[in-house]
Design a protein around this ligand. Structure first.
Ligand code: NDP
Length: 322
């Protein structure tokens, strides 16, 4: 089968389109013929070595397709099932082998493209807004990079939870996308310091929570935006990793809470994965949640997909179709 592989970490050019061996499912696994592959910022972290993978590696953490082989002891998934998965299986390939604990059935009214576009970022948005810091009716929150793939879904999820949302974005065009996703206020953080803007919007009260996926460039400002006992949810590093922090800073800034969550710990059980995925697919099917697919690339053009997302030009989900 064909796949994208990298033998060394580095720039997009390390991604090579190669013939690799067809994988065979072991006990508790299924093989999927992939129809749509989700590109996520974590794929960049793996490629650059910010997060380590054993090499050579096939990148990708998300995909949707049809089960074409099942391993021993698999009873809840069958050949021909339409499924999607996140984490623990490489996806930039024609086929992949996935442990069933990471697999969900796709409802008939959701396409492979929608499933691969929504699952990883949608499950993330769900745990951020309903578990890490469960948002309450009418309270303000700040969501950075609100026009990004995960950003748009987090904004929509926060609105479903009843919150009021301040989004940050880098351009006017992205501001329109963030508004369209449901932001009540949008700040162009490349032109305006977001800290005084947040203070103005909240009448100097500050926020109960900031969802910060930008990392290095926004972390300190995000802390400044919080009300006493507020929650700093640092969930990504698109601008680079956050430097080490003295816990006394959290005391000085108002007995703040800091968490650095990741999806795997929030879909730790079958029940938790099914709960989040069911909400996600139901809201997608009835149009309560929209996933904006920005661009789709061919498998051999994966390096181009990485260049595009790193260029900061994308406004929504990037897909690969094998
Ligand atoms: P996006 O499509 O949102 O792209 C990243 C966005 O970050 C850009 O669009 C850009 O928005 C913003 N950004 C700010 N500074 C930079 C920079 N220096 N270089 C590039 N982008 C920058 O990607 P994803 O939706 O895939 O992921 C968004 C973030 O969410 C990532 O940090 C990712 O790691 C994190 N994430 C975390 C998960 C978790 O469980 N912890 C799960 C899923 C995603 P703008 O131009 O408006 O600033």
């Amino acid at each position: 089968m064909k796949a994208i592989r990298f033998h060394d970490v580095g720039g997009p050019d390390v991604l090579q389109f190669q013939e690799v061996e067809m994988p065979t499912p072991e006990a508790g696994q299924v093989r999927i013929k992939l129809h749509a592959i989700g590109v996520n910022y974590i794929d960049i972290y793996h490629r650059t070595g910010l997060y380590k993978l054993p090499l050579p590696a096939i990148p990708g953490q998300e995909g949707a397709g049809i089960v074409d082989a099942v391993g021993a002891n698999v009873t809840d998934f069958h050949i021909g099932d339409r499924v999607a998965f996140v984490l623990d299986a490489p996806s930039y390939a024609e086929y992949t082998v996935v442990p069933t604990v990471r697999l969900v059935q796709i409802p008939d009214d959701v396409s492979f493209q929608q499933a691969a576009a929504a699952l990883l970022q949608g499950l993330t948005a769900h745990y951020l807004c309903f578990s890490t810091y469960p948002l309450k009716q009418d309270e303000w929150c700040l969501i950075h990079a609100a026009a990004g793939g995960a950003g748009q879904l987090t904004v929509q999820m926060a609105k479903i939870a009843g919150a009021r949302v301040i989004g940050t974005v880098s351009t006017q065009e992205k501001a329109r996308v963030a508004q369209d996703a449901g932001c009540d206020e949008v700040i162009l953080y490349t032109q305006t310091d977001f800290v005084p803007e947040v203070k103005r919007i909240t009448n100097n009260k500050g926020l109960p929570v900031v969802y910060d996926s930008v990392g290095k460039d926004t972390f300190q400002g995000s802390l400044e935006c919080l009300a006493p006992r507020g929650y700093m949810v640092s969930w990504g590093n698109a601008s680079g990793p956050v430097p080490p922090l003295d816990p006394r800073e959290l005391m000085r800034k108002g007995s703040l809470y800091l968490t650095r969550p990741t999806l795997g710990h929030y879909i730790a059980t079958r029940q938790e994965l099914d709960w989040r995925a069911a909400d996600l697919f139901r809201w997608l099917a009835v149009g309560r949640l929209r996933v904006r697919i920005d661009r789709t690339f061919a498998l051999q053009d994966a390096a181009e997909a990485h260049r595009y997302i790193e260029s900061r030009a994308s406004m929504g989900k990037i897909l690969i179709e094998p």
